[in-house]
Design a protein around this ligand. Structure first.
Ligand code: CO
Length: 132
């Protein structure tokens, strides 16, 4: 069902400092910050040769990562995103198998359909599926 690793998302309270770690210390190619008000985050994309890292900082007071940062003030891995060919089929298959799907399929930060899966059913990891 799942294909490529699309990205790993890391939540941070200090986007500038976190971007500098990847750019200056790790020598990665790092984008300018992009505000995504519909998603409640400001994001910096770290381009690696085989995948992306997304550094996420809360934006606004409804940010989906605010609770995570309250529990993990120094930041941390928030979710991982795998590509699927057909997100509706993937969602239906997982639900039929008893996995908990969080909410509806929505347009994600890349303008493609995404859905999130409950960490309790995926080894303690919040999983995002993106239709590639
Ligand atoms: Co994501």
């Amino acid at each position: 069902m799942i294909g490529r690793l699309n990205h790993v998302a890391i939540a941070t309270a200090d986007l500038e400092k976190s971007a500098a770690v990847y750019r200056d210390l790790l020598g990665a190619k790092v984008s300018e910050p992009q505000a995504l008000p519909d998603h409640g985050v400001t994001v910096v994309f770290v381009e690696l040769s085989n995948t992306k890292i997304e550094l996420l900082q809360p934006l606004g007071d409804q940010s989906p990562i605010a609770a995570y940062l309250a529990k993990n003030p120094s930041g941390g891995v928030h979710h991982i995103c795998y590509e699927v060919e057909d997100i509706t089929a993937a969602r239906d298959t997982l639900e039929a198998a008893g996995a908990r799907v969080l909410g509806d399929i929505k347009l994600g930060a890349h303008g493609k359909p995404v859905v999130f899966l409950h960490p309790k059913d995926f080894i303690g990891t919040l999983v995002e599926l993106e239709q590639a």
